[in-house]
Design a protein around this ligand. Sequence first.
Ligand SMILES: Nc1nc2c(c(=O)[nH]1)N[C@H]1C(S)=C(S)[C@@H](COP(=O)(O)OP(=O)(O)OC[C@H]3O[C@@H](n4cnc5c(N)ncnc54)[C@H](O)[C@@H]3O)O[C@H]1N2
Ligand code: MOO
Length: 478
Amino acid sequence: MAAAAYKMISIPEAQDIVLSHTRPLGAVTVGLAGALGRVLAEEVRAPDSLPPFPASIKDGYAVVAADGVGEFPVVGESRAGHLDQLPVAPGSVAYITTGAPVPPGADAVVQVEDTEKLPDGEGSQRRVRICKAAKAGQDIRPVGSDITEGDTVLQAGERVGVAEMGILATVGAVSLKVHATPRVAVLSTGDEVVDPSTAPLGPGQIRDANRAMLLAAAAKAGAEVVDMGVARDTEGHLEGCLAAAIEQRVDVLITSGGVSMGDRDLIKPLLAREGTIHFGRVRMKPGKPLTFATLTLPQQGGRQMLVFGLPGNPVSSFVCFHLVVLPALRKMGGWAEPQLRRVAARLAVDIKLDPERPEYHRCTLQWGPPPLGSTPALKAAVAEAAAAQDPLHAPPPPPPHEASAHGAAGLGSMELWAVSTGNQISSRLLSARSANALLEIPCASGVIKAGSLVSALLIDDLGGMPVPPGGVPVTPGF
Ligand SMILES: Nc1nc2c(c(=O)[nH]1)N[C@H]1C(S)=C(S)[C@@H](COP(=O)(O)OP(=O)(O)OC[C@H]3O[C@@H](n4cnc5c(N)ncnc54)[C@H](O)[C@@H]3O)O[C@H]1N2
Ligand code: MOO
């Protein structure tokens, strides 16, 4: 089929098609160290309680609460990690450290600050004054108060982050079932594309930006990556590269370049010969020639391989990866909700609309007051949008209790602002630099004004977003 013959579909249609051809991979068993970032394929239960014994919360003395204040013999010690099981009878106390088992007979702990060491008594008997009466149970974590034996501490389908690594360790889950992560091959194409180490560049050459970027993006998504190098613009070489990817038993092949209308754009014809192309044109900017195919491999038991033909322009590759490849990799890895997360943000600048294609405008989201450099026009636009009383455009009213920690600007006047990365031409990879979101800019004529509220898809976590000069306010009174 000629490239132009592919029906132009919308991005939601493209995403649905991709996900309908994507299956979660099976479960594999990994050790604890291999669990980070994976999705659990089984629930994890606690085989025992935490703490497994009544544990002291303080360094001090284990006492019988009913004894109240007074002078007492110190009949022994209970230290974390040591089991010196001496009973504490009424009228006596035991020295205890934080985390140590509370000895039988004692029912409270008095912190060392509320005691006074006394001179030793008869027979070198240690003695202490308890200066503050304790309530029964004071400064003791009862058995199972953090985790009870048999509790489900993590569910199947949960992703293992840093805290979850600790939870797994604490319940002794050192071998667990997680979803397998996909094996992903990345291939650049184009006679002009040369290795990044090439210097100086020969006539007509450009360095391969896409391969390093897509390998990194797939690895960041948790995939096992395979670098397939650069394919020349010949049918034979491309076919050989595809065969090599199949040989590598990858679940996904990502190519970049060679999917538009030129006579050396050979990816679509190759995929049409070797498999089924599900779409070859998407109404989006950038990324229009985005192509998706599946290959059924009889020589490998009939298994299926997904192939994403990303456009060669580096920004088009970057955007298409996040919009269609990443959700597929997430679904394979067991994510129940693999789509990019959407938030709302206010535009810091006017954006010119494209009358032909909806646009994914790269931006850096930052939370705070209107970004530095915002013009009086922006401030006026924000006020105008608010005055329009459109619920989407009106800024939230600050809660009445909110004191001003930042001059006139309290927490309620802070917002998520979308700062454009500048010129959005699809060859300019600097437009993806520091981008943590893709703004969803509708297809229309004219301009969308600064101060408007728009939806944005997160492509990075917001933990590293820019901090506005002067920082942002904290909870009043914090
Ligand atoms: N007649 C038409 N021409 C084009 C159309 C169209 O609809 N009709 N679509 C344009 C759009 S939109 C895009 S996007 C590009 C996509 O083209 P290809 O996927 O075929 O990519 P190439 O032509 O191979 O390369 C495009 C551009 O990107 C550079 N490139 C390629 N690979 C890399 C790489 N690995 N690292 C860095 N840069 C790379 C390449 O040199 C080109 O400059 O097609 C338009 N054309
Ligand atoms: O879609 Mo292309 O990515 O506009 O340059």
